[in-house]
Design a binder for this molecule. Structure first.
Ligand code: NI
Length: 168
């Protein structure tokens, strides 16, 4: 297991569309382990493979609170089947350190994916879990939180990230 480097906006690799996973092979499981370690170390509630420069359709989510037992969910080849209603959540992203913005998304989603054993499952989620699923699923298509912002906020976030890059 290894902690991997999380790419920061505007790294062009964050715009790559991830490819479907053909099988959950030992090397994919190793990637999932690395992703989990990287997500918990950050710490974050979700991480998509594209955020560490691995263009595979995999994301992880753990929305358990700090004093709750971990609740790691692995989504391989996820598909959002239904989106119902809407909600606005103050979102952050490990690829946009220091940025939080209100983003409007569906209130409920139904998602289908494979788990870490390669077994298909379906899940209906609402609240933070639904937000996280939509946010991470976006990453796999190269869509980032900044794409959901209005023109002015987009410029502000863009500027902040460019400045941070100069400083880094
Ligand atoms: Ni993100």
């Amino acid at each position: 297991m290894a902690i991997r480097t999380i790419l920061h906006y505007p790294d062009p690799r964050l715009r790559e569309k991830a490819k479907p996973v053909e099988a959950v092979t030992p090397s994919m499981l190793e990637l999932i382990e690395d992703m989990a370690e990287t997500m918990y170390a950050a710490p974050g509630v979700g991480l998509a493979a594209t955020q560490i420069g691995e263009p595979h359709r995999i994301f992880l989510i753990d929305i358990a609170g700090e004093d709750e037992p971990s609740d790691l969910r692995v989504f391989v080849n996820p598909e959002i089947l239904e989106r119902i209603g809407d909600q606005t959540w103050e979102e952050g992203c490990l690829s946009f350190p220091g940025v939080t913005e209100e983003i409007k998304r569906a209130n409920k989603v139904k998602v289908r994916a494979l788990d870490r054993d390669g077994k298909p499952f379906e899940l209906e989620a609402d609240g933070l879990l639904a937000v996280a699923i939509q946010h991470e699923n976006d990453h796999l298509d190269g869509v980032l939180m900044i794409d959901h912002l209005g023109l002015l906020k987009k410029r502000i976030v863009n500027r902040k990230m460019q400045k941070d890059r100069v400083r880094a």
